[in-house]
Design a binder for this molecule. Structure first.
Ligand SMILES: Cc1cc2nc3c(=O)[nH]c(=O)nc-3n(C[C@H](O)[C@H](O)[C@H](O)COP(=O)(O)O)c2cc1C
Length: 173
């Protein structure tokens, strides 16, 4: 397997904790863990296998020019990257109990930026195991990446991560 670039943010919370679990499940030696806030499109272009990890902290934050969270800074870089020869997988932190109309929306926002650029996104996840009403991350009837709820379902995280990693492994280059 070629090295995987795992770009994640924000730091210091659930996203970082889950990023480390994903890396461990893939084998830490196969993964470069890279904080999104410091990364440029050239860093993304170093990898043919790319994983993006992010949390949803309110749709308004994502669409505001004023906020400066890690992904506001990184998203324009992600959009500049070359997707002609990459496999992309994504996981998203969220909470469908408190935000059941916007569950892991950020995954969908990210996908909508890179799908038109020809990105091949693997690792879609069935919606049945998550009781949410609406999510921008549901594309063609499935979550476009792995949703993880560390706020209310932390006991499910290891199994979710491990199953998902097994599902993407055969797709990676
Ligand atoms: C202000 C705020 C807004 C949030 N908005 C959403 C949301 O729209 N959709 C969602 O799925 N989760 C939402 N969440 C839940 C977070 O995504 C969740 O707590 C996540 O684990 C945070 O990850 P982090 O610790 O890496 O930031 C929100 C949390 C906060 C504090």
């Amino acid at each position: 397997m070629k090295k995987i670039g795992l770009f994640y943010g924000p730091l210091g919370g659930s996203t970082e904790r889950v990023a480390k679990k994903v890396a461990a499940a893939l084998g830490n030696e196969n993964v470069d863990l890279i904080p999104a806030k410091d990364a440029k499109s050239a860093d993304v272009d170093k990898y043919e296998n790319v994983i993006f990890g992010l949390s949803t902290i309110g749709k308004e934050t994502w669409e505001s020019d004023k906020s400066a969270n890690d992904w506001d800074v990184f998203l324009p870089e992600v959009e500049k990257a070359d997707y002609s020869n990459k496999v992309i997988a994504m996981f998203g932190l969220g909470d469908q109990i408190s935000y059941d109309l916007h569950f892991v929306d950020a995954l969908g926002v990210l996908a909508e930026k890179i799908l038109p650029k020809g990105a091949k996104i693997v690792g879609a996840v069935d919606t049945e195991a998550y009781d949410c009403r609406e999510s921008q991350a549901i594309i063609d009837g499935k979550f476009i990446g792995l949703p993880v709820n560390e706020d209310f379902e932390p006991e499910l995280t290891d199994e979710r991560v491990n199953n998902w990693v097994e599902s993407i492994k055969p797709e990676l280059k």
